[in-house]
Design a binder for this molecule. Structure first.
Ligand code: DOR
Ligand code: ZN
Ligand code: ZN
Length: 391
């Protein structure tokens, strides 16, 4: 079977450090199978599945289920993320070692959707992460500053009567954890950076030698809080869509390397959790199948990244951060490839109902986006081709 790659761009298979696959617990919105298909169609060869499932991935049984199911589906390497703390409230540290040493070989732990506000728990997690050689990924929200928050604090939220989510809720905890990581000598990864001020904190922390990495979502690169005027909850997400000045700063920080990579925060939700009042809606947006196109539109067409840069932020850096030696690098002759082939000139129109995800909560509905993925290969096997996943 020959793929005609004339006119196409070959990139190393993408690595998503932040995907919500909803299994176990909310298989009505996404399963490891449907999410893996979306990932393959989006050019991904490895995804890290976030820990806020039901039950939460705070023990070896849950992470091993996610790992095993991912291997069975075999469309993308699914790496489970473990929860930093036990249960939703995050009162005590989970047994990180048991998950790290399980068959799932967990290498990232996060508080995404759970929020470790307690500095002592975070400090201990960072301390243990050194010995276990795992990474702590911080959800970047000080929850005591976001009680009731519904949208980015500022003019738009005030005009619409929505309670504000201050930039300081993100910047203060990122600064805190950069300092804690620096003192402990541990690595820290910052999830979904959304403000200009957080980019400044990261610039400062990196300049002083802190081992910190960070991700930005496609939606925070493209969309701003100007979209909230319709009250359509498809635009509700945590952290919220920010001011257009933040969007611009995030693009620059990604180009500069202050923000290391793009991660989707792919967050499928059921129709009833989105077709409702703003305040009742769940936060989150789909991202796997649209990520590359949004990066092309914002970063490549914006003149901030070339294709080499796209490979860096979508594949090389996330593979390095997560410690995946077989991802994110050029392939040697004869080596089975983790690869994606992209038609850079073609465009497509987003239709939520046609996406491989079980959910359809895309904020890009009806938009014409640049860049069409022609094929994705995982260790030399085609996992997606011409818009169809290989199963
Ligand atoms: O928008 C979000 N959705 N942000 C999160 O932190 C969690 C996620 C989800 O699980 O839906
Ligand atoms: Zn989060
Ligand atoms: Zn998330």
């Amino acid at each position: 079977d020959v793929i005609d790659a004339r006119g196409l761009i070959a990139l190393p298979g993408f690595v998503d450090l932040h995907t919500h696959l909803r299994e176990p617990g909310r298989e009505d919105t996404e399963t490891i199978e449907t999410g893996s298909a979306a990932a393959a169609l989006g050019g991904y060869t490895a995804v890290f599945a976030m820990a806020n499932t039901d039950p939460i991935a705070d023990n070896p049984v849950v992470v091993e289920h996610v790992w095993r199911r991912g291997r069975e589906v075999a469309l993308v390497d699914v790496h489970p993320i473990g929860a930093v703390t036990v249960g939703l409230k995050g009162e005590r540290l989970a047994e990180l070692g048991a998950m790290a040493r399980s068959n799932a070989n967990v290498r990232i732990f996060s508080d995404d959707g759970m929020c470790v506000a307690d500095p002592l728990i975070m400090r201990r997690a960072l301390e243990y992460s050194r010995g276990l050689d795992v990474l702590i990924a911080q959800h970047a929200e000080e929850p005591r500053l976001t009680v009731g928050a519904q949208a980015h604090e500022g003019e738009t939220a005030a005009r619409l009567g929505l309670a504000g989510w201050p930039a300081a809720a993100e910047e203060s905890i990122v600064a805190r954890d950069c300092l804690l990581a620096g003192h402990v000598g541990a690595r820290l990864h910052v999830c979904h950076v959304s403000t200009a001020g957080t980019a400044d904190v990261l610039r400062w922390a990196k300049a002083r030698g802190t081992q910190v990495s960070a991700e930005v979502t496609p939606h925070h690169l493209l969309l701003d809080d100007d979209r909230l005027n319709t009250y359509d909850p498809v635009n509700k997400v945590n952290p919220p869509l920010r001011a257009i000045s933040d969007t611009k700063s995030l693009r620059e920080a990604l180009a500069e390397g202050v923000i290391d990579c793009v991660a989707t925060d792919h967050a499928p939700h059921a129709p009833q959790d989105k077709d409702c009042e703003w305040s009742a809606a769940r936060p989150g947006m789909l991202g796997l199948q649209t990520a590359l196109s949004v990066v092309i539109q914002t970063m490549v067409q914006g003149g901030l990244l070339d294709w080499r840069g796209v490979a860096r932020v979508m594949s090389e850096r996330p593979a390095e951060i997560a410690g995946l030696p077989d991802h994110g690098r050029p392939i040697a002759v004869g080596e089975p490839a983790n690869l994606v082939l992209v038609d850079p000139k073609a465009t497509w129109t987003v239709n939520g109902a046609e996406l491989a995800s079980l959910a359809s909560n895309t904020p890009y509905e009806g938009m014409e986006l640049p860049g069409v993925i022609k094929a994705t290969l995982l260790r030399g096997k085609v996992t997606a081709r011409d818009g169809k996943a290989a199963r």
